[in-house]
Design a protein around this ligand. Structure first.
Ligand code: MRU
Length: 366
C-alpha cells in the first residue's frame, strides 16, 4: 500500500499525531480539551461519536476538523451493513449530514466531506461491489490526512522564507500540530524557521474564551524548546506599541475568493493593531480552507455556548451566572489588512481577487 507507506514515513517526522486511522476500523485522537493538564487519547468505531468530538472541540482547528470529518465517513463506510452500493451511498449521505452539522465556520469540514462523497459516487459509477466503494472511501480519507501533513510541511518551507533570524512573532489561537493532521499551519511556519536554525521568539495570546493559545500553543512550543511568552488578548496593543512584535502569523478557518479571512475571535483586533503599528500580518492556510463560492465578509460565524464566556474553561464561574453573553467563535479580517496568505501552492498577495483564483487554478470570474 503506497499510501500507507507514505503516511507512515511522513508521520515519523511528526512529534505529535493528533488524529489517526487504525486499520481495524477505528479512529484515534488526542482530546485537546484536556491539554495541558492530561494527555488522553480516545478511540471510536462510530462516526456519530467522532461528530460529537468535533462539536465538543475534543478535535478542533480547521484542518483537523476536515481530516476528522473525512475519517468519520471512512468509519461510516467501514461499518456499514449495506448489501449493495446504493445502500452504502445512502449510509454515507446520512453520515455526511451528521458531520456537516458539527461546526459551521471551518471550510475544511465541508471541503473534506464533499471530496469523500464525490470519490464514493465515482467509485460507485465504476463498480457495483460494496467493498470497492468502501475501500475507495477509506483510501480517500487517508489521502486527505496525508495531504494535510504534506501541505503543512510545504507551507512551513514557503513561509519560513518570510522570517528573519531574531524575529519576534505574535500568533493567536492554536495553529500547530493540534489543529491539523500534524505539524501545523502558522505554527508550522514558525517550527520550520526554527528547524532552519533561525532564532525566533514567539508571543502567544491566551485566546479567550477557550484558551487555545495558553493551553495548546504554549504546550506545543514549550515541549519543543521554542522561546514563547504568553500574554492575555488585551495586551496585543501594548506589545506592538512597545515595538516588541516583528510579524504576526495566524491561521484561518475560511478564506473567501477575494481574501476575507475568518479566524479565531480576536484575529481582526490583532490585524487592526498590526496595521496601526506597521507590523506585517500573515495568514497561513492550506487551499482546502479557501471557499471558492464565497466573496465578501459574509462568512457563517459560529455562536457558542454562553457558559464558555461566563467561566474559565468551565472550571471557575467569573461573573453573575445569569448575565447575557455574546460568544462568536470567529471574526472576519478584511483583505486590506492582510499582508499575504501563505498556502501550500504559493503565496497570495493583493489584489486577492486575482491572486487567490490564480492559486486555485480558477479563472478570475469563476
Ligand atoms: O475554535 P477553534 O479552536 O477550532 O478555532 C481554531 C482557529 O481559529 C485556528 O486559528 C484555525 O482553525 C486555523 S488552525 C490551523
Amino acid at each position: 500500500m503506497e499510501l500507507d507507506k507514505k503516511l507512515e514515513k511522513l508521520a515519523s517526522r511528526l512529534r505529535i499525531r493528533p488524529i489517526e486511522w487504525l486499520d481495524d476500523g477505528r479512529v484515534r485522537w488526542l482530546d485537546v480539551r484536556l491539554i495541558p493538564w492530561e494527555e488522553v487519547y480516545r478511540e471510536t468505531r462510530d462516526y456519530r461519536r467522532l461528530a460529537k468530538a468535533i462539536r465538543d472541540m475534543e478535535i478542533r482547528g480547521a484542518p483537523a476538523i476536515g481530516v476528522a470529518a473525512a475519517l468519520g465517513l471512512a468509519l461510516a463506510a467501514f461499518h456499514s451493513k449495506a448489501s449493495n452500493v446504493g445502500e452504502l451511498l445512502k449510509d454515507l449521505e446520512e453520515a455526511a449530514n451528521v458531520l456537516r452539522e458539527t461546526r459551521p465556520t471551518a471550510y475544511n469540514l465541508f471541503w473534506a466531506i464533499d471530496r469523500v462523497l464525490e470519490r464514493a459516487r465515482r467509485a460507485a459509477s465504476e463498480s457495483s461491489s460494496v467493498d470497492d466503494v468502501r475501500n475507495a472511501v477509506i483510501e480517500e480519507a487517508k489521502r486527505i490526512m496525508l495531504e494535510d501533513i504534506e501541505a503543512n510541511i510545504r507551507m512551513g518551507e514557503i513561509g519560513a522564507k518570510l522570517i528573519q533570524d531574531g524575529d519576534t512573532i505574535l500568533t493567536h489561537c492554536n495553529t500547530g500540530a493540534l489543529a491539523t493532521a500534524g505539524y501545523g499551519t502558522a505554527l508550522g511556519v514558525i517550527r520550520a524557521a526554527v528547524e532552519e536554525g533561525k532564532r525566533i521568539r514567539v508571543i502567544a495570546t491566551e485566546t479567550r474564551p477557550l484558551l487555545q493559545g495558553a493551553r495548546l500553543t504554549v504546550w506545543e512550543l514549550v515541549k519543543e524548546g521554542i522561546d514563547v511568552t504568553l500574554i492575555t488578548d488585551n495586551m496585543v496593543g501594548y506589545v506592538m506599541s512597545k515595538g516588541l512584535v516583528d510579524k504576526v502569523f495566524v491561521g484561518a478557518d475560511r478564506i473567501t475568493l477575494d481574501g476575507y479571512v475568518a479566524n479565531k475571535i480576536g484575529t481582526y483586533t490583532i490585524a487592526v493593531l498590526a496595521n496601526r503599528h506597521g507590523v506585517p500580518f500573515y495568514v497561513v492556510a492550506p487551499t482546502s480552507t479557501i471557499d471558492p463560492r464565497l466573496r465578501g465578509p459574509s462568512i457563517p460565524i459560529e455562536e457558542r455556548d454562553p457558559d464558555e464566556v461566563r467561566t474559565v474553561v468551565g472550571k471557575v464561574v467569573i461573573t453573575v451566572p445569569e448575565v447575557r453573553v455574546l460568544n462568536p467563535a470567529f471574526d472576519v479580517t478584511p483583505p486590506e489588512l492582510v499582508t499575504a496568505i501563505i498556502t501550500e501552492r504559493g503565496i497570495a498577495t493583493k489584489p486577492y481577487e486575482k491572486s487567490i483564483p490564480r492559486i486555485l487554478g480558477l479563472k478570475e470570474d469563476d
